[in-house]
Design a protein. Structure first.
Length: 121
């Protein structure tokens, strides 16, 4: 006798589970890491724009402002690209098909080799 069973794949609320593989999760994680890599650079920019207590040196401020504006522009372009990529990845995951819910069943072969299907409740 040959027996095969299939299990029901449901969440606690009896909702079907979406088909998401580890590669999808790694792609999301890579995009998130790209965005998170700006943390140090943004703290430098935050320090520059948040430091209001020191006396003003106009020449120094102009030089630093010019350099920081290029840094911010690079961040802004990368941020827009990364968030668009992240949004696209999440939308693709939302649109993934759900794992089909099937009843468990067993296939048994009778003495003549015919398949008999038995469904379990």
């Amino acid at each position: 006798m040959k027996e095969q069973t299939k299990e029901i794949l449901l969440t606690k609320n009896n909702q079907p589970i979406k088909e998401i593989c580890y590669q999808d999760m790694y792609l999301l994680n890579d995009t998130f890491d790209q965005i998170q890599s700006w943390t140090e650079t943004l703290s430098v920019l935050n320090n520059f724009f948040g430091n209001r207590t020191i006396p003003l040196n106009k020449k120094k401020i102009i030089k630093e402002f010019h350099a920081n504006s290029y840094t911010f522009n690079a961040f802004y372009q990368d941020f827009l690209t990364s968030t668009a990529t992240l949004e696209k990845q999440i939308e693709e995951l939302k649109n993934r098909p759900k794992v089909r819910v099937e009843k468990s069943f067993a296939i048994l072969l009778d003495s003549e080799g015919r398949e008999l299907y038995f469904y379990k409740d």
